[in-house]
Write a protein that binds this ligand. Structure first.
Ligand SMILES: [Fe+2]
Length: 376
């Protein structure tokens, strides 16, 4: 080899540098290479079967070269040869997060969103993977969708939620029923408004995806209120960066004492993702515990908290509509804030049956639906 050529593979103290197909040169640590030899993974279970903790010595390449579209490494002190596809190495060369097909850009929405809500029908959802994909994408991008043509059965909700994950119980149980029976004789009865909230922040990991299956709704009034918490938080970030910082960094306590249980968890009102973008909100005045923060911090926290709480009620954000019998609204419980307007009903019945699945499982099912993954 003459001196003007660069060797496609250069061994270094702790690893090696290799020429990648796109012309870049990538450095790879020897521990990382040894740990991630393609033979480390079981073809059937797709789990890692090689355990680097049991590797007695520090891995060192004795020799390495390019063979067609792969890097071949002969390891010192052991009878093991690794063959890495260059495409696999190229994906990790920059040290950036592995591409995530579920990492779809969120699209904030506002009060006028109702006509544009993603709608799918229960029967086709079960038959057509493309419709499941459309529903999943709506949940990832907009955080909300409506499933129509739901049969009037408990099983319908179980089957529907089962398409997007495993039923995820809360301390209220696997399902909950919101019923209002209004007796015609009880003319003075006024149903209270249900203030805007996300569900169950008193749990360490509040439920991820919420389903509300409307079985009966013949009461007058009682509009459903839904808003996109990320749209509000993004506006707060523009309008009052210090308030935004306080709400996204300070954990506040939530609680629920209920039937012999004392649930407590701390949450941030504004949740940020790994890019620093707003990915959700947590708000619940009926589960907010007495803030046990330093009182001097309260001088700054309360104005920010109240400002955000008032913004949530702004007409700009709140989508109002009536959920009809046979519809199931499903939404990201860490992003979509919901409530119900007060209503004075003189007749009718209202029954919503609800349950939850997990956010992470939705993303997992979505990835599997749209991509082949690294094992194919
Ligand atoms: Fe709720």
């Amino acid at each position: 080899m003459d001196g003007t050529q660069i060797d496609p593979v250069t061994l270094e103290e702790d690893g090696l540098t290799v020429a990648l197909p796109d012309g870049r040169r990538g450095y790879f640590n020897a521990w990382w290479l040894r740990d991630n030899c393609p033979s480390s993974f079981d073809a059937e279970t797709r789990e890692r079967t090689f355990d680097i903790f049991h590797h007695a010595t520090t891995p060192r390449p004795a020799e390495a070269h390019i063979d067609e579209d792969a890097l071949v490494v002969h390891w010192a002190g052991e009878h093991h040869v690794s063959r890495y596809p260059l495409a696999m190495l190229a994906a990790y060369a920059a040290g950036e997060r592995r591409h995530d097909p579920a990492d779809l850009p969120r699209r904030p929405w506002f009060a006028d969103h109702y006509p544009d809500l993603t709608r799918v029908a229960h029967p086709t959802l079960h038959e057509d993977p493309a419709e499941r994909r459309r529903l999943m994408e709506a949940l990832l991008v907009e955080g909300v969708a409506i499933i129509g043509d739901m049969p009037d059965t408990d099983a319908a909700l179980t089957r529907t939620a089962g398409l997007l994950g495993t039923i995820r119980p809360s301390f209220f149980g696997a399902y909950f029923d919101v019923r209002t029976h209004v007796k015609p004789t009880n003319l003075a009865y006024t149903s209270k408004a249900l203030e805007l909230h996300t569900d169950v922040p008193a749990e360490e990991l509040a439920p991820g995806i919420q389903y509300l299956h409307c079985r009966r709704n013949s009461v007058a009034g009682g509009l459903n209120l839904f808003l996109d918490g990320t749209a509000v938080a993004n506006d707060l970030r523009e309008d009052d960066p210090e308030a935004f910082r306080l709400l996204s960094e300070t954990e506040i306590p939530f609680y629920k004492e209920h039937d012999g249980i004392d649930m407590r968890a701390r949450q941030r009102v504004i949740e940020l993702d790994h890019n620093g973008a707003v990915s959700g909100v947590t708000i619940s005045q009926h589960m907010a515990d007495i803030f046990d923060l330093p009182q001097r911090l309260m001088d700054r926290y309360y104005p920010a908290f109240v400002k955000f709480g008032r913004m949530l009620q702004d007409e700009k954000y709140v989508m109002r509509f009536t959920l009809r019998a046979g519809e199931c609204i499903c939404f990201d419980n860490h992003r979509i804030v919901h409530g119900r307007a007060a209503y004075a009903a003189t007749s009718g019945e209202r029954h919503l049956r609800g349950t939850y699945t997990d956010r992470g499982e939705l993303r997992g099912l979505y990835r599997a639906l749209v991509s082949e993954g690294r094992f194919h």
